[in-house]
Design a protein around this ligand. Structure first.
Ligand code: PMP
Length: 404
């Protein structure tokens, strides 16, 4: 299995104190901490390799390019994509979804056509489409959820009409932790010839992703939520789709030939990578993936599932606790409220005890409206968290609850 104590040694930040208390970091759905190997790899590249990538004839540029393209291959293998041409580096999930929204809506949709999302999406998978709706007159529909926090899949067929041109859905909800049955959704959409984008921001850090098995048309995730650096993410797209879509941004790196009369574009994936890429961050991301693989994706998943189960079980003893998201298939996220204590008060007082949790609407305001609340407190787990930390959280909540 997984040796948490050994893993924790790789993350020095976990040893620090806040307000004189040992840090209990339970805000991993927002961002994870970084292991030393990632920091070392990036420092080493800046120290000894740094040069701009692609087309450089000199030694350093070629070495930096090799690292950058090796990172692309690492990502390809990590999600089992067929080709590196299908791996586009972006700034993160948000930019990846915006890229598809912009290029897909421009080339594949007309006014009145529909994109189907769900009621549990992060704003990045809502607002990106709403921007296109304003510009192009397309319609954004959403699949509702049950009180338990599951998608109402029985209704999905009524939402998939001849007007539906794309389905875009979170693999795992960042608020509810629900693991959505994306394979079923993709099958139902494909039966009608509709492509599917999967927002894997909250699944790629926790479970093995296989884009060929899933058969998704697009998939997006962020490096910083999976032990990698900030500012780097991935858009996977099936080659047939990426070939069809126009470039998202213009600039260097993405062109074949530029004249005043006509400009032609680079081959995949460079057509979608205008400007100098964050080539040090891609190397950092590849190092993070190697680190996750050395621990073992199955071990990480099993450990975090156990933490989630244990957390829910222990928290049930807290008087007047309300959970948001009780799906049987749930991962690494526990959202809750206690009595009528405001989420911000609870989060602030837990912080004073050294416990870092997130409070608020978690960039999912339509979901908060559906649940009839302003926000929740959210504890979210990573491979380095322990049951002892959950015990500290539960004791902390009980202590705060007593004060009210
Ligand atoms: N989708 C989901 C489900 C998320 O949890 C997040 C991050 N909270 C995002 C998208 C956006 O990710 P990023 O800010 O890294 O682009």
């Amino acid at each position: 299995m997984l040796d948490v104590n050994k893993i924790r040694e790789d993350f020095p930040i976990l040893q620090r104190e806040v307000y004189g208390k040992p840090l209990v970091y339970l805000d991993n759905a927002a961002t994870t901490q970084k292991p030393l190997c990632v920091l070392d790899a990036m420092r080493e590249e800046y120290l000894n390799v740094n040069a701009n990538v692609h087309r450089g004839v000199h030694y350093l540029s070629q070495q930096a390019t090799d690292l950058h393209e090796a990172a692309r291959e690492k990502v390809r293998a990590f999600i089992n994509a067929k080709k590196t041409e299908e791996i586009v580096f972006t700034r993160g999930t948000t930019e990846a979804i915006n890229l598809v929204a912009s290029s897909f809506c421009e080339s594949q949709m007309k006014a009145g056509d529909e994109v189907l999302v769900t009621e549990m999406e992060h704003h990045s998978n809502i607002v990106s489409w709403q921007l296109q709706a304003q510009r192009r007159g397309i319609v954004v529909k959403h699949l509702p959820i049950t009180d338990e926090g599951l998608l109402c899949l029985d209704d999905i067929e009524t939402y998939l009409t001849e007007k539906t041109k794309l389905v875009s859905v979170a693999h795992v909800s960042n608020v509810l932790g629900t693991i959505n049955p994306v394979k079923d959704i993709i099958r139902l959409a494909h039966e009608r010839g509709i492509p599917v984008l999967v927002d894997a921001a909250q699944s790629a850090p926790h479970m093995k992703i296989d884009v060929q098995d899933m058969d998704c048309d697009f998939l997006a995730f962020s490096g910083h939520k999976m032990y990698g650096p900030t500012g780097i993410g991935v858009l996977y797209g099936k080659e047939v789709w990426l070939e069809k879509l126009p470039p998202y941004q213009g600039g260097g790196e993405m062109i074949d030939k530029v004249t005043w009369e006509k400009t032609t574009f680079e081959r995949l994936p460079f057509k979608f990578e205008a400007g100098t890429p964050d080539y040090v961050a891609t190397h950092g991301l590849a190092t993070a993936i190697k680190y996750m693989e050395s621990v073992g994706l199955d071990n990480i998943e099993a450990h975090e599932q156990e933490l989630t189960r244990y957390c829910m079980e222990q928290m049930r003893s807290i008087p007047n606790i309300r959970f948001f998201g009780e799906a049987p298939k749930k991962d690494a996220v526990v959202s809750f409220l206690v009595g009528d204590i405001h989420h911000l008060d609870l989060g602030t007082l837990l912080d004073r005890l050294g416990i870092a949790v997130r409070t608020g609407h978690h960039c999912a305001q339509p979901l908060m409206d559906r649940l009839g609340i302003a926000g929740t407190v959210r504890a979210s787990f990573a491979m380095y968290n322990t049951k002892e930390e959950i015990d500290i959280l539960v004791a902390g909540i009980l202590r705060v609850a007593k004060m009210f």
